[in-house]
Design a protein around this ligand. Structure first.
Ligand code: COA
Ligand code: MG
Length: 335
């Protein structure tokens, strides 16, 4: 272990995060009643400029009046390059009670962006004697933000999670995409032509084309910055909400890289995100057996042992503990 200890952000379930435009208050009660772990009420890009003021009022009312149960609640404020942002923070924090948990900061570019909002939030919390300390969710969705992701992740003690905002990231990097957050058929490799070695596993085969995941670097890079700072990495939107299989595949590959949740831009995606980001019964069972086997191994003075014909060692304990703890959290939240 390094002498530097990474302090984890407050433990919250964040398997799914439902986006709800602040300009559509008729959706709020539905979001509150649905299965999303986190709901973010949006003031930014899902709200047209002419609707910003009314959306802010809607959100303030919803934070004060609606029963959100045990959900984590967030408000996505406008970017620091707009004149909406200061009023988003001031009005929402001054005119609501203690229900809000998080503020989502879009298009973060530098650590100073986070610092500026931290200062504003800290002053309002202080002046209004707010008891609950507001946490930050930060969207990494520009080339600048990705370049500075490590500093951004470390910029405030309020930071809880980093989110990969794939649509704006594609625009910012001028990447070529088709579906928001989906793959692109042009991003792939063609296997060598047959003139190559005529023997071995390729013998008699025709050329294959393998699709790649064009978001691999971005998601993986963000995961590292998040985890190195104790934050939750969360994968962003998948735009084609009529394609549940596509959504599930993108959610699974983000989870493989270390993300612990994914956005839902339509309620139909929420349950899939919850399922993908929950350990299965079999996984939890195996994790418990790993912990038992390692406890026994340590009693016998061994650092590594075999379980079901596979190596397990000290590192396996950590993974197994994380899984068992996650399962307990999910059970405590009602499954
Ligand atoms: N939260 C809660 N409920 C929602 C919802 C949301 N984000 N989106 C849709 N619903 C509800 C609808 O009201 C409808 O309810 P009903 O069965 O009681 O009538 C049901 O879910 C099915 O919705 P559907 O008719 O298929 O969708 P729509 O045409 O009303 O809206 C979108 C589609 C994509 C415009 C809408 O889902 C949306 O605005 N999503 C969020 C987009 C967003 O915030 N993007 C910014 C982040 S990327
Ligand atoms: Mg965006």
């Amino acid at each position: 272990m390094s002498f530097t200890i990474v302090e984890p952000a407050p433990a919250r379930l964040n398997r799914s995060e439902l986006a709800v435009p602040g300009s559509r208050p008729e959706l709020f009660e539905k979001a509150a009643a649905g299965p999303a772990d986190v709901v973010f009420l949006d003031l930014e890009d899902a709200v047209a400029p002419d609707d910003k003021v009314q959306a802010r009022k809607n959100i303030i009312e919803a934070l004060n009046d609606i029963d959100w149960g045990g959900k984590t609640l967030s408000v996505r404020i406008n970017g620091l390059d707009t004149h909406y942002m200061y009023r988003d923070v001031v009005d929402v924090l001054e005119q609501t009670g203690e229900r809000l948990d998080l503020i989502m900061i879009p298009k973060a570019g530098t650590a100073a962006d986070i610092y500026a909002i931290d200062m504003l939030v800290t002053q309002i919390e202080d002046a209004k004697a707010r008891q609950k300390k507001i946490g930050f969710e930060i969207i990494i969705e520009t080339a600048l933000g990705m370049q500075n992701v490590a500093e951004i992740a470390a910029a405030s003690r309020r930071n809880e999670s980093l989110h990969f905002g794939v649509a704006d990231y594609a625009a910012s990097t001028k990447a070529r995409t088709t579906v928001i957050g989906g793959p692109n058929a042009l991003y792939g490799v063609l296997t060598d032509p047959e003139e190559g070695p005529g023997e071995g596993p390729r013998e008699g085969k025709t050329r294959d084309y393998h699709w790649g995941d064009m978001w691999h670097y971005a998601v993986s890079h963000m995961v590292v910055a998040a985890r190195a700072n104790g934050l939750r990495p969360i994968d962003g939107p998948f735009g084609d909400f009529s394609d549940p299989d596509g959504f599930r595949a993108q959610a699974n590959r983000a989870a493989c890289l270390g993300c612990e949740g994914k956005w839902a831009i339509h309620p139909s995606q929420t349950a899939i995100a919850n399922e993908v980001n929950s350990p299965s019964d079999a996984e939890v069972e195996r994790a418990k057996r790993i912990l038992e086997a390692m406890e026994q191994a340590q009693k016998e003075g061994k650092g590594a042992v075999a379980l079901d014909g596979r190596l397990i060692d000290i590192a396996s304990i950590k993974q197994a503990e994380v899984m068992v703890r996650k399962a307990e959290q999910i059970a405590a939240a009602g499954g």
